[in-house]
Ligand binder design. Sequence first.
Ligand code: NI
Ligand code: MN
Length: 226
Amino acid sequence: MKVSYHGHSVVGVETDSHKILIDPFINGNEACDLDPGTVETDVILLTHGHNDHVGDTEEIAKRNDALVVAPNELANYLGGKGLNTHPMHIGGAREFDFGKVKFTQAFHGSSYTEEDGTIIYTGMPGGILLTIDGKTIYHVGDTGLFSDLKLIGEMNDIDIAFVPIGDNFTMGPEDALIAADWINAKTVVPVHYNTFPVIKQDADDFASKVKTGKGLAMKIGDSAEL
Ligand code: NI
Ligand code: MN
């Protein structure tokens, strides 16, 4: 399968049978190589309700008739907008036709801000373990460092992990290096940096310092074979 990076926390997964997008924030993610008006997907996985993660979900999901899998409160909210949703929550796993999804914890917030400024509460934020054809992808979500990452690393044979390094809203590079050691993935890809001035980071420097597994600073539009 092919795993691709599209800036911020946007990750694509393409198997023989399915296309999956995680946190498809395209408008506002200036360097993103995707177009919400043309991108194809069968499934959208969302870690939490912040606008820089929900992003263009509504447009993409409606045009593709895609299934949106999200934490319960966020799934309910998006279901109210007419999207086809499946609610899950932290600690829960489910086998779908495209693969297995398990939600992990994340220490962060989760709300969606409407265009008129109304803030909608969208439950707890999470991370996502996605297992397809024996390969496991861990999208850590937005979070600070927490020691259960070690447990997650011990319990799962993680092939590729997408770890936030931006600092300010999430882990910064120093904590993300500790996270990378604990997650113990074969490949560690930094995400959630450079989109805004406040999260500017040197991803190549981070990748070069990863000790456990291989650090890989994917360029926007890059993909890796799993
Ligand atoms: Ni967030
Ligand atoms: Mn974020």
